[in-house]
Design a protein around this ligand. Structure first.
Ligand code: PHE
Ligand code: ZN
Length: 896
């Protein structure tokens, strides 16, 4: 028989949104859990949506075996249209019963119901519920759920679902059951169940109103000693959301469960958050400070979704940033508010901006660029992006800047008052914030402000300063622009809040007197709201040409161009009271040196890249007695290769790598005794504490070790590598141990091998630590062109598994996405290997494959021979006949 190839997948378009033709009021699910064949009985009360024209019922399904369909208890006639189950001629209200089976053990996509280490888990966002039963699998259909779970008691002693446990007991043949009722209506993507051998850390807390809540963190029994930090993070999150936004915990019981097989970080299922183990498990022996801090923000993030996502959800998936942008903003604010002081808060802000600029800016300039509220998609899983999440959070942050912190809290209150229990849009959110602040600039500019939702691309703000000595005025002229992105050739001006200040040449901050606004209070920082393509601002009473500090705190997600002189940047680096711009000045200086050498064509070897003034300034920061270690570590870290590459028209990745390595080597050698001093100064005595202050000290000590080992590499000295190995052996916590290991590996020292072997031996039973072990090696500098061979070797290691996403990422992504110097090979072998891995992964787990497929998003910027070779590798993937629509969408867009 002739088999036709599937039609091209069709795009879903935002403008085609239509309300559902049917509502589901209640869902009564019964699961007979079995890894090979799970039976699912789904009884729904449904009713016609009388607001829309009469239509048949179309239920979504995916890889289900359908056994029976009953309407009001009677066998009903239905038909299949592709994956949809269609029933015509239905009464206005009825009970529908659907009986299906599925095979969780074979579910390698990890969407729907799957098995991980003998435990059942579900993942339903965005469209996984249809892999469990036929359903109206869209977020605007909200129903009340009750769930009966039945399974073998000894294999699956713990049975969990959303809401409250209302009944449990034994069944014949060694089985048992548990019945759960969720008191809140929810869309199907928030459904969850877990069944397996798990243990829980428990804590009872009392809320402000006196209500008691049970908090639980479920893990495998050997991991109970790694749950304290997650539990504390949850408790802090609950308190913070009440204190900052008046949003209380609305459930008697709140559960977190960890699984080692998970495509993403974590999932906010109502009352039953499911987490990647990476964002739950931590003790000082196995987790780094970065892990601790990630756990805190991911636990916070998922908890905050309980309101921003669960109580108020998205009308359709184009509104994804409604919950994700807002919730990232909330978790960023949470982490900042937990900081002890302004310096630690600034460090957190710099880290967040660094993520935005190294990941989201390239996305916004590449083939996958899309607005914060996209207009179309082929596979929604491809739109869980840094644009939806991080840029979406910046858009919310700008709203807060425009209405003030108190005004923003009022806006949030109004948003939840208006929309509680509903599925709404990004417009609804912006409207609520504006309506709660009718006198604000946001309210005045709302339609224009919302271009941040509709227009893709990173705006550029070109700024020029003009000092008039006679009039004693200083004028800044701004010109905003935004490059075309796929499907959007013309961009209208954005609303851009630009927070700025002025420094005198001696570094003193000036008081601002705005021309035309003489009554305004004298301030040192002013937020100018740009709305036009060209705009200017003038300051009066300026005695000599000042140094402008523009875009303080990164007040808008834009690229700021200003022709600073080196002297001006050095002034900012030494004096700017705004820590963000102080850091930024150092980054600009480093970037400038890097770019001038990269584009000069001069030999890298033997060229001194960084000038003395820069090196002295770095020494000044390192030795500065008033700055925190965490901030110093950020300043002393050079801009990443990815960030440098983004500033270039044409990228020779090997040259970028060589130049940055040369700069690193120079800083290591030139500041040798300063690094020694910094290392000694930042030794912690006393008990391990992951708080930002101590973590900053460890981070700076770690950077110092890397530099000391690098310098030793150049000088041939073996003292510091020896000390580093000793530190590796003696370390009392994973941060210090891993930093030492990293210093040996990244400097390519011979001692690295024995340290790696020892590390593996100590931690062979700690999966998350073994991920670090793989990742460090796959990400190591490619001094002899050997890293690809090493990566191939690592994939043959008995601990490697392609099916486990964390493990796959630890080797493949660490090489392809995080090791540009090793990946971009002139012989194209890195790209060919990448395309094979995408194809191989696509057959197992399309979501993970599609993410890997994005590693060459920026191929068109590459210099030859990389450019052609990269294109060929992408085309090689695109030519495969059986690609998932996930991967197909990514490679098709890359080649467009
Ligand atoms: N909604 C989850 C979060 O941001 C992320 C996620 C998306 C997890 C899709 C799984 C699948 O918290
Ligand atoms: Zn989220």
């Amino acid at each position: 028989m002739l088999q036709l190839r599937d039609a091209q997948p069709v795009a879903v378009r935002r403008e085609d949104y239509a309300a559902p033709a049917w509502w589901i009021d209640t869902v009564d699910l019964t699961f007979d859990l079995d890894p090979a064949k799970t039976r699912v009985l789904n009884r729904m009360r449904m009713r016609r949506n009388t607001d829309v024209p009469v239509q048949p019922l179309r239920l979504d399904g995916d890889e289900l075996n359908l056994a029976r369909v009953l309407v009001n208890g009677q066998g009903a006639s239905f038909r299949m249209e592709g994956d949809q189950l269609v029933i015509d001629a239905l009464p206005d209200a009825f009970e529908l019963e659907i009986f299906t089976t599925c095979c969780p053990a074979k579910n390698t996509k990890l969407m729907g119901l799957f098995v991980s280490e003998d435990t059942f888990f579900t993942q339903c966002e965005a469209e996984g519920f249809r892999r469990i039963t036929y359903f109206l699998d869209r977020p605007d259909v909200m129903a009340s759920y009750q769930v009966m779970l039945r399974a073998n008691r000894s294999a699956y002693p713990v049975l969990l679902s959303n809401g409250n446990l209302v009944e449990q007991g034994d069944l014949p043949e060694g089985r048992h059951y548990a019945k759960w009722v969720d008191p809140f209506k929810k869309p199907s993507y928030l459904f969850a169940l877990v069944a397996g051998k798990l243990v829980a850390r428990e804590q009872r807390i009392k809320a402000r109103n006196g209500k008691e809540h049970l908090l639980q963190v479920y893990v495998r029994s050997g991991d109970l000693d790694k749950t304290e930090h997650a539990m504390n993070s949850l408790i802090h999150s609950i308190a913070w959301d009440e204190a900052r936004f008046g949003l209380p915990l609305d459930l008697d019981r709140f559960m977190i469960v960890a699984t080692s097989d998970f495509n993403m970080g974590a999932m906010e299922n109502k009352g039953l958050n499911i987490f990647n183990t990476k964002y739950v498990l931590a003790n000082q022996a196995t987790a780094t400070d970065a892990d601790y801090s990630n756990i805190e923000s991911v636990v916070g993030h998922e908890y905050f979704h309980n309101w921003s996502g669960d109580r108020v959800t998205c009308r359709d998936w184009f509104q994804l940033s409604l919950k994700e942008g807002l919730t990232v903003f909330r978790d960023q604010e949470f982490s900042q508010d937990l900081c002890a002081d302004a310096s630690a808060r600034a460090v957190k802000r710099i880290e967040d901006v660094r993520v935005l600029r190294t990941s989201q800016f390239p996305e916004d300039a590449g083939p996958m660029a899309h607005p914060v509220r996209p207009d179309s998609y082929i596979e929604i899983s491809n739109f869980y992006t840094v644009t939806i999440y991080e840029k979406g959070a910046e858009v919310v942050r700008m709203m807060q800047t425009l209405v003030g912190r108190k005004g923003f809290a009022r806006g949030i209150t109004l948003y939840f008052e208006r929309h509680d229990g509903h599925a709404v849009t990004c417009d609804d959110f912006a409207q609520a914030i504006a309506d709660a602040n009718p006198e604000s600039e946001l309210a005045a500019l709302l339609p224009q402000f919302k271009r941040w939702y509709s227009q893709a691309g990173t705006p550029r703000v070109a700024t020029q300063g003009h000092y008039d000595a006679v009039a004693r005025t200083y004028t800044l002229n701004f010109t905003q622009s935004c490059a075309p992105t796929p499907g959007q050739s013309i961009k209208e001006p954005f609303v851009i809040p630009v927070t700025l200040g002025l420094l005198a040449q001696d570094g003193q901050e000036l008081t601002l007197h705005l021309a035309g606004d003489e009554d305004a209070d004298a301030v040192r920082s002013h937020t100018l709201v740009l709305t036009q393509q060209h705009e200017s601002v003038t300051f009066n009473g300026i005695d000599s040409e000042p140094v402008p500090s523009i875009l303080r705190g990164f007040s808008a997600p834009v690229r700021l161009d200003f022709e600073y002189t080196d002297a001006q940047l050095l002034t900012l680096l030494a004096n700017d009271p705004d820590p963000f711009n102080r850091w930024e000045a150092g980054q600009r200086l480093a970037l400038r040196s890097a770019i001038s050498l990269i584009t000069s064509g001069a030999d890298v070897v033997g060229t001194t890249t960084l000038n003395d003034a820069f090196v002295d300034a770095m020494r000044g920061v390192l030795r500065n007695p008033t700055l925190d270690s965490a901030f110093k570590e950020l300043v002393l870290t050079l801009p990443s290769e990815t960030y440098i590459a983004e500033q270039l028209e044409v990228v020779d990745p090997q040259r970028v790598h060589a130049v940055r390595e040369a700069m690193r080597a120079q800083l290591a050698t030139a500041l040798f005794s300063d690094w020694e001093w910094a290392y000694e100064q930042n030794q912690d005595t006393g008990a391990y504490n992951p708080d930002p202050l101590s973590a900053g000290r460890r981070a700076l000590a770690g950077l110092a070790l890397v530099n000391l080992c690098l310098a030793a590499r150049a000088s041939g000295d073996s003292v510091w590598p020896g000390k580093t190995l000793q530190r590796f052996k003696d370390a009392g916590n994973m941060t210090d141990r891993f930093n030492a290991l990293n210093a040996l590996v990244s400097s390519g020292h011979a001692l690295a091998q024995q340290a790696l072997a020892r590390f593996h031996a100590i931690f062979k039973n700690e999966a998350l630590v073994i991920d670090k072990w793989f990742s460090l090696q796959a990400g190591s500098p490619d001094r002899g062109g050997n890293v690809l061979a090493l990566v191939k070797q690592l994939m043959k290691h008995p601990d490697f598994s392609l099916k486990n996403p964390n493990r796959a990422r630890s080797v493949i992504f660490s090489y392809c996405s995080a090791n540009p110097g090793a990946f971009h090979r002139a012989d194209a072998a890195g790209y060919v290997w990448w395309s094979d891995r995408v194809i191989e992964l696509d057959a197992i787990n399309p979501q993970v494959a599609a993410r890997l497929a994005r590693a060459l998003d920026r191929w068109s910027k590459l210099a030859e021979p990389y450019r052609s070779a990269a294109r060929e590798a992408i085309a090689r993937i695109a030519a495969r006949p059986d690609l998932s629509k996930d991967t197909q969408e990514v490679v098709t867009r890359a080649l467009a």
